[in-house]
Design a binder for this molecule. Structure first.
Ligand code: NAD
Length: 295
């Protein structure tokens, strides 16, 4: 089975590398060629354009920032759907919205191309280890054809139902990551301003009823001041915008998500899209004139 992989960033890079290491015939493309180096060293082949990378592929995989880039690569001039083979399958691993999913699927089906939404969870560590959670939406028979490839990059792959089900599951869980990050920073801030040592305060949270994966994984980079380089602030804000879009389209009221979206929106405006995602807590540090720092 010949694979084309587009988008070799923090998540796409390690996923494509694992597919190359598993022995698949894989061609890759990214706007930044330097990101392909590890995959080319593992036997992958560089293509010079999105159309060239997909032309012979049985399966096309995308790991792109979000709806805007997917729409552009699928529907704008020089789009990959025009170049893809009849009968091929497009698996999107990005976090995307339902509107763009429907638009792309309609254009794909008109060309006898099947689509699956297969957004991922597990961070850069999960991508490197091939242990991602993958939430799949689309036809069962399409999923069966590509299950072996998804098992190379995922440790917990679930086919959830029809098209869009994967994106809905991803958006419904990922917003908790941002709610938890903001809540963690407020707990640390309160304890530190009250005089508790920052590292002791974090260890107390990690053993409390309010403990979380976020406290374990993101507490240390907050106290170190690195704000975690594995994920961009702008992509975190995109996820919160997708949460509010999904809430609107399903008639769901989510007051906490509205507040957290506003925090990430202000952080992007102030610090920039490409900053590390935990820079969102810097707003709180500035409001309180207090850094959340260990020794
Ligand atoms: P990233 O910004 O590191 O990578 C995106 C890549 O896409 C970049 O290398 C960029 O050059 C490339 N790209 C953008 N437009 C392109 C185009 N038109 N053609 C070819 N390449 C293009 O982002 P990421 O962190 O790898 O995230 C990718 C997706 O996975 C996003 O939808 C994100 O929300 C989701 N996600 C990320 C994480 C994480 O921890 N980083 C976890 C789960 C899900």
């Amino acid at each position: 089975m010949k694979i084309a992989f587009i988008g070799l960033g923090n998540m796409g890079g390690p996923m494509a590398l694992n597919i190359a290491k598993a022995g698949y015939d894989i061609n890759v493309f990214d706007l930044d060629k330097s990101k392909a180096e590890p995959i080319l060293a593992a036997g992958g082949v560089w293509s010079t354009s999105p159309a060239e990378v997909v032309v012979d592929a049985d399966v096309v995989m995308t790991s792109l920032p979000g709806p805007k880039q997917l729409q552009s690569i699928a529907l704008d001039e020089d789009n990959i759907l025009d170049a893809m083979k009849q009968g091929s399958i497009w698996i999107d691993l990005s976090t995307n919205n339902l509107e763009v999913e429907r638009e792309i699927r309609a254009a794909a089906e008109a060309k006898d191309i099947s689509t699956l939404d297969a957004p991922i969870s597990g961070g850069t560590e999960g991508a490197a280890a091939g242990s991602l959670a993958i939430y799949v939406g689309g036809k069962a028979e399409t999923y069966e054809k590509v299950k072996d490839i998804l098992d190379v990059i995922g440790g917990d792959v679930k086919h959830l139902g029809d098209h869009g089900a994967g994106y809905v599951a991803k958006i419904s869980q990922v917003m908790l990551c941002y709610l938890h990050s903001v809540a963690l920073s407020e707990a640390l801030m309160l304890g530190i301003k009250g005089g508790v040592d920052p590292e002791i305060m974090l260890s107390i949270v990690q053993k409390s009823t309010g403990r979380s994966y976020v406290a374990d994984r993101y507490g240390p980079p907050i106290l170190e001041g690195s704000y975690d380089p594995g994920f961009a602030l702008g992509l975190a804000h995109k996820d919160m915008k997708l949460t509010l879009e999904l809430a609107k389209s399903t008639g769901t009221t989510l007051p906490m998500c509205e507040q957290v979206e506003d925090i990430y929106s202000r952080a992007v405006d102030k610090y920039g899209f490409d900053q590390n995602h935990l820079m969102a807590v810097k707003l709180l540090e500035e409001q309180n004139d207090q850094l959340l720092r260990g020794k």
